[in-house]
Write a protein of this length. Structure first.
Length: 304
């Protein structure tokens, strides 16, 4: 499905790479004017890229604007974290190009994705760049829009419900609470260079909630580092797998027990790690998958 899209655009991709010396400061804003709540579509023949957040999985969490653009796209370039339910809403007849990234398995290098978006827009296409969650929160959306701006390609950005908000709401774990957390920090558990070298003293402060994106593979190191920088071993923590979908699973525990419980449950990416006293509220506020969580927690070894 994605191969045909790449073959058609191969000559154009080479042209985009050769065009890197083009003026950098140009930025074209078309479709920014609003009439009756809808952006004005670009003139026929003019390409446009729409960077759209697909949310954490539940299609009913799409924004109205995102849902409308899914029905207007000529081409949809989508990521690994876009759920099948959301992908099924893309206009029938639109070309679908998979550009997903899994750990050590990238369908397209980032440079090729950037060039592909430019090439498609220059062919006059309405390009839907569809990303899971929110495109500007650990989604490389900023990098892609910079590339479009540098090459004079018009674009719009449509925010989505980020995975942390979805996991929080559907997991019964408020990200903030007057009695427990007056701040919330989003951090990636997987740095660009493959390390987990973060500002641990800042992350280990009390009275805040810390959400680790892409951290399941480093869950043991994350918990150990937080303890080493001052948080107690019984500090509440949770891991949420496939938030907001029918396959959502939540495992709760502490910094000491969570790595073992997550392993025992066989959690897999995509998953988030939530650390903070607000995790204790899940026992009272969990509404979406409480039976599943209870089975996982009770099945875990007592020492884990």
């Amino acid at each position: 499905m994605g191969d045909s899209g790449r073959e058609d655009c191969a000559p154009a991709l080479q042209e985009v790479r050769a065009d890197d010396a083009a003026p950098r400061a140009r930025r074209i804003r078309r479709g920014a004017a609003v009439q009756g709540g809808d952006a004005i579509a670009p003139p026929p023949g003019d390409g446009m890229v729409y960077l759209v957040g697909a949310g954490p999985g539940d299609p009913e969490l799409l924004t109205l604007k995102a849902a409308r653009l899914l029905q207007q796209a000529d081409v949809c370039v989508y990521d690994h974290l876009v759920s099948n339910d959301v992908l099924g809403l893309v206009r029938r007849g639109a070309e679908l190009i998979y550009a997903g990234k899994e750990k050590s398995n990238h369908a397209l290098p980032q440079a090729d994705i950037n060039a592909l978006l430019v090439a498609l827009a220059r062919k006059g296409k309405r390009v839907l760049r569809l990303k899971g969650g929110d495109p500007f929160i650990f989604g490389r959306g900023g990098e892609e829009m910079q590339f479009l701006a540098e090459h004079g390609v018009p674009f719009e950005v449509v925010p989505g419900v980020t995975s942390a908000s979805g996991a929080s709401a559907y997991g019964g774990i408020p990200l903030t609470h007057r009695d427990h957390a007056q701040a919330c920090v989003f951090v990636t558990g997987h740095r660009k260079n493959g390390t987990c070298d973060l500002d641990w003293p800042m992350l280990a402060r009390p009275r805040q909630t810390v959400v680790f994106y892409m951290g399941l593979g480093q869950i043991e190191e994350i918990c150990e580092r937080l303890k080493a920088h001052g948080l107690p071993g019984d500090w509440p923590a949770a891991a949420v797998e496939r938030a907001t979908t029918a396959k959502q699973r939540v495992v709760t525990g502490t910094l000491t027990t969570l790595p073992g419980r997550a392993a025992h449950a066989g959690l897999r990416a995509p998953a988030l790690i939530i650390v903070g006293e607000v995790v204790k509220l899940r026992a009272e506020l969990g509404w979406f998958d409480s039976d599943v969580e209870r089975l996982i927690t009770h099945a875990a070894p007592a020492h884990a």
